[in-house]
Each structure stands twice: as structure tokens, then as C-alpha cells.
Design a protein around this ligand. Structure first.
Ligand code: TTP
Ligand code: MG
Length: 364
């Protein structure tokens, strides 16, 4: 925890996000069971439910259920296709509102974020007032409701935001954590899905309280690392910080030489090394690029850059090398023989690859 942090963490999650956006766009749907899914074809398609309105949830419909099953459960529901572009735009506006309230902000999905508000929030009463202001602002600007959980750590804040959905606001002070968690079913722990739930049930573990009192060695034996994680959560322990995403705009490497480089072949060799370094960093940080830029500083200290931008995202070290060298040779061609004090290679117009996405099929 840093100096400005009071340890209080917020988790915000929009209510029935896709379907709430659809209802906002089509107010005549207000109050109806609305189901958003891939290939809905008014209930006859083969797709799955992305989400549904709270009215539809009363019929037992939930995310990831086949659309055909949702139709059997509620034939008079309104079935709509996924309009991801629209939800992304709304998400980005909502996240910008939340960001303005935060000292530390971490978006974790299209409709949820963690935050810390260290400077202006001194205690849980302040935190609740502040959370209400965030809810009001989102509603005033976007006509959408969200639920907020406030707690001493991220996992409890997430469980708390889910506690009184929709339009909920739940604060759990440190001294309330045990009483809050103990009676909840283990399925409320993020990451405990159907399989783990069943396995725990077979061990006689139904509530988070049962889990807390269970033998941790047996849990580790059965579930490995996640057994320990579950046990710690049951005890109210989660030391993860709210991690701010700093947006990476470019990745570059440059080298200043003791003696100016006049030989183009030597300069090319240096560009190859710089390009490999840039590429390593690119792979580590999981980005694709569209633009390659070569930076040149001449013996008279003038500094120039030359760039090439591709129409599609690229990932290969070979492309960085080839383009940088071509840019340099073109520069020499246009300016006559040069002496370089510095050479630099940069890639920009970056795209972050998310876990599970493959570069080749998705982007090239
Ligand atoms: P969630 O926040 O899990 O669900 P939700 O916002 O629809 O409902 P809740 O009020 O319970 O928070 O997910 C956010 C969006 O992500 C959701 O609106 C649709 C999408 N989504 C899927 O496409 N498939 C899924 O299986 C899930 C869980 C969500
Ligand atoms: Mg949600």
C-alpha cells in the first residue's frame, strides 16, 4: 500500500450491461424480458445468451445458456443480437466517468473496474457517499445503473458489488468481513464455477465459512494453487493492488556512439540489434505495431526521424529490421553520405493482444 492509499477498494460493475444498453436505446423494451445473444434469430438460432435483463433472469435465463433453451424458458422474451461496437462506446464513456473519480483505476472487463480513492476518502462513510456520487453521475450521463462494492480488498469488493444487484451499493468494513463472507455459498468466490462448486460440495464445503474452517492441505492437494487461493479468500485475505494500466504508446531503443558511424553496413548491423531489442520488448508486453520509425542524429547534432506505417498490424522482428534499414538507406540516398552519432528504432500505433487471442488469425 502506498502513502496515499487508505486500503479501501471499490469494485464497480454495470447491471445487465448489454441488455441495459439495448433497453436504453429502445425505451419501449423497458420492463420486458430482453435477451442479448449471438445468433438469436428470435429464439430459434444456435447461439448463446450473452446476457439478459433482470426481468428475463426471473425465468432462470443466464449468460452462456443456449439461446434455444432461453426460448423454451421464456418464449415471449425479446431476443436481440450483440451490438459490440455500441457497448464498447458506452463502456468507454462510463469508464472515463469512473476514472475521473479515481486515484487508482483498473478496468478489468467491458463493464467492471476496480478503483482506489485515497486522497478524498478517509473512511467507509466517506467511501459510501463517494460511491453514490459515482452511481449518480453514471446514471445522469448514461441512464444506466451499476452496482458498487467497497471493502478492504479487491475480492471482497467484487463479492460486495454483486451482493445487491441491480443498482446496489454495499460496503464491508474490515471488522464486518467475517460475518459477511461466512454465510455466502462458495460459488460467490470469483473463479469458483460449477465444477469446483460440485467438488467442494462433495467435501461437505457449502459456504465460505465452511471453506475457512476446512483443512487447507486437503484443499491444496485437491485443487493445487487455486485451493490455497480459495482458502485465503475465505479468510478474507487478498493482497492484490489495484493496478493502473499505463497506456503504452510506443516502444523504442536507441544507441549513441563513442565514434560517429559512417559505414552503412555497420549502421545496418546496429539497426538489426536495436530492432531485436524492440521486438523482444514488444513480445514481452504483448503488442502488435503498425508504424516503424527510425531516429537518426548526425555528426552536426541535427536529429531526424523517418517512418513507415502499414495498413495492418504486424508482429515480426524481420519487418522492423527491413523497414528501419530501408528508411536509413533512403535517408542516405537523399542526403548523401552521413555520419551518425545516434541511431534509434521505434514501433508505435500499438495494439494490445489480450490473453487467448492469436495474432495471426485475429489481426494480420
Ligand atoms: P457481467 O457483468 O458478468 O454481466 P451483466 O453486466 O450482464 O449482468 P450483472 O448485472 O450480473 O453484472 O458481464 C458484462 C457483459 O459481458 C454482459 O452484459 C455481457 C457480456 N458477457 C458475455 O457476453 N458472456 C458471458 O458469459 C458473460 C458472463 C458476460
Ligand atoms: Mg455487469
Amino acid at each position: 500500500m502506498d502513502d496515499t492509499s487508505n486500503g479501501i477498494k471499490f469494485h464497480i460493475d454495470m447491471d445487465s450491461f448489454y441488455s441495459s444498453v439495448e433497453v436504453r436505446e429502445n425505451p419501449e423494451l423497458q420492463g420486458f424480458p430482453v435477451i442479448v445473444g449471438s445468433d438469436p434469430k428470435n429464439g430459434t438460432g444456435r447461439g448463446v445468451v450473452s446476457t439478459c435483463s433482470y426481468e428475463a433472469r426471473k425465468y432462470g435465463i443466464s449468460s452462456a445458456m443456449p439461446v434455444s433453451k432461453a426460448y423454451r424458458l421464456c418464449p415471449h422474451a425479446v431476443f436481440l443480437p450483440v451490438n459490440m461496437e455500441l457497448y464498447k462506446q458506452v463502456s468507454s464513456r462510463v469508464m472515463n466517468i469512473i476514472k475521473k473519480f479515481s486515484d487508482k483505476f483498473e478496468q478489468v472487463s467491458v463493464d467492471e473496474a476496480y478503483l482506489e480513492i485515497g486522497k478524498t476518502v478517509g473512511n467507509y462513510e466517506d467511501a459510501v457517499r463517494y460511491a453514490q456520487q459515482i452511481k449518480d453521475k453514471i446514471y445522469n450521463y448514461e441512464k444506466l445503473t451499476c452496482s458498487i462494492g467497497i471493502a478492504p480488498n479487491k475480492t471482497i469488493a467484487k463479492i460486495a458489488s454483486d451482493f445487491k444487484k441491480p443498482d446496489g451499493l454495499t460496503a464491508i468494513k474490515p471488522e464486518e468481513v467475517e460475518n459477511f463472507l461466512s454465510p455466502l455459498p462458495v460459488s460467490k468466490i470469483p473463479g469458483v464455477g460449477k465444477k469446483t462448486n460440485e467438488a467442494l460440495d462433495n467435501l461437505g464445503v457449502k459456504t465460505i465459512g465452511d471453506l475457512k474452517n476446512f483443512d487447507v492441505q486437503v484443499l491444496i492437494g485437491k485443487f493445487g494453487k487455486s485451493g490455497l487461493r480459495m482458502y485465503q479468500i475465505a479468510k478474507g485475505i487478498d493482497n492484490r493492488e489495484v493496478e493502473e494500466q499505463t497506456e503504452v504508446k510506443s516502444i523504442s531503443k536507441e544507441d549513441t556512439f563513442d565514434e560517429d558511424i559512417a559505414d552503412p553496413i555497420t549502421a545496418e548491423e546496429i539497426i538489426d540489434i536495436l530492432s531485436d531489442e524492440v521486438h523482444n520488448s514488444l513480445v514481452k508486453k504483448k503488442y502488435l505495431f503498425k508504424t516503424v520509425t527510425l531516429k537518426l542524429r548526425l555528426d552536426d547534432f541535427t536529429t531526424c526521424t523517418r517512418s513507415k506505417t502499414f495498413v495492418s498490424y504486424r508482429s515480426e522482428a524481420g519487418v522492423i529490421k527491413k523497414e528501419s534499414k530501408e528508411l536509413m538507406n533512403q535517408f542516405i540516398k537523399n542526403n548523401g553520405n552521413c555520419k551518425f552519432r545516434l541511431l534509434g528504432v521505434e514501433v508505435s500505433k500499438l495494439f494490445k493482444i489480450k490473453d487467448g487471442q492469436t495474432m495471426i488469425t485475429d489481426f494480420l
